[in-house]
Ligand binder design. Structure first.
Ligand code: NAP
Length: 250
């Protein structure tokens, strides 16, 4: 039956940035859909664990470099035996005028948002191939995968690259039954956008431009995240799905 194809029963998912915001919402949705979730976060995901219960397991890791990747894979396999889904959600944004933009603000964003995403994805894809099961990879992109943004050059570079990376990995791995897709959230009310929402004029400009007339919430992303992780998306490859209240269509 069609709704069975959306179930994640028996699946094991790794979700990065699970302690808050969109990663917390995705972890909750996956557990509700029947999956076991390994939430990766640099601070404890205690709130997410309390929401999700015993099907959630927290691995503490700083994703600013690749050194944490082997332990993430090992701990997931030790706890739940295999891996079926990876959500590359952890991300950072640094705001500064491009004329002054520092190398630190460039490297810190590119490392978390792109370099670690690539190498964690590579490690998980190798595990999928070893298991012979295929799998689902979901990258969290952005409106700035399509647009330029203002004062966020490293973030825009990283998120535009994520959209391209999603396509290239999909081209190489679809033959293994691995679906690589992305979700581009619109303007969502999380820590990531707190500074923007505090900025009266800019916050009001953004809100006025969203056809849905409101900022998004972590709950708004859950349907797309479950769909792309499920059998219902078996023939969806390399696509970036916007969940944006109509922002891109405007
Ligand atoms: P958020 O609340 O700031 O969450 C970001 C997550 O990434 C947090 O869990 C954060 O951990 C984690 N993280 C950052 N650096 C890390 C590191 N070095 N190692 C491990 N974890 C790290 O923002 P969010 O909105 O939920 O963002 C989730 C994703 O959606 C990001 O990729 C973001 O770029 C993307 N996105 C957000 C929006 C939006 O409007 N909110 C729009 C488009 C795309 P800490 O809590 O410890 O910092």
């Amino acid at each position: 039956m069609i709704l069975d194809k959306f179930s994640l029963k028996g699946k094991v998912a790794i979700v990065t940035g699970s302690n808050t915001g969109l990663g917390q919402g995705i972890s909750k949705a996956y557990v509700e859909a029947g999956a076991k979730v390994v939430g990766v976060s640099r601070r404890p995901s205690d709130e997410t664990a309390a929401i999700c219960g015993s099907n959630f397991y927290n691995v503490i890791a700083d994703l600013s470099d690749n050194s944490a990747i082997p332990a993430i894979i090992e701990k997931t396999l030790e706890k739940f035996g295999n891996i079926d889904i990876l959500v590359n959600n952890a991300g950072v944004i640094k705001r500064q005028d491009s004329l002054e933009f520092s190398e630190e603000n460039w490297d810190s964003v590119l490392n978390v948002n792109l370099k670690t995403v690539f190498f964690l994805t590579q490690a998980v894809a190798k595990q999928f191939i070893k298991q012979g099961t295929g799998g689902k990879i979901i990258n969290i992109a952005s409106m700035l995968s399509y647009q330029g943004g203002i004062r966020v050059p490293s973030y825009t570079a990283s998120k535009s690259a994520i959209k391209g990376l999603t396509m290239t990995l999909s081209n190489e791995w679809a033959k293994y039954g691995i679906n690589v897709n992305a979700i581009a959230p619109g303007y969502m009310a999380t820590n990531n956008t707190e500074q923007l929402r505090q900025d009266g004029e800019r916050g009001a400009d953004i809100l006025a431009r969203i056809p849905a007339g409101r900022w998004g919430t972590p709950g708004d992303l859950q349907g797309a995240a479950v769909f792309l992780a499920s059998e219902a998306a078996d023939y969806v490859n390399g696509f970036t799905l916007a969940v944006d209240g109509g922002w891109l269509g405007r």
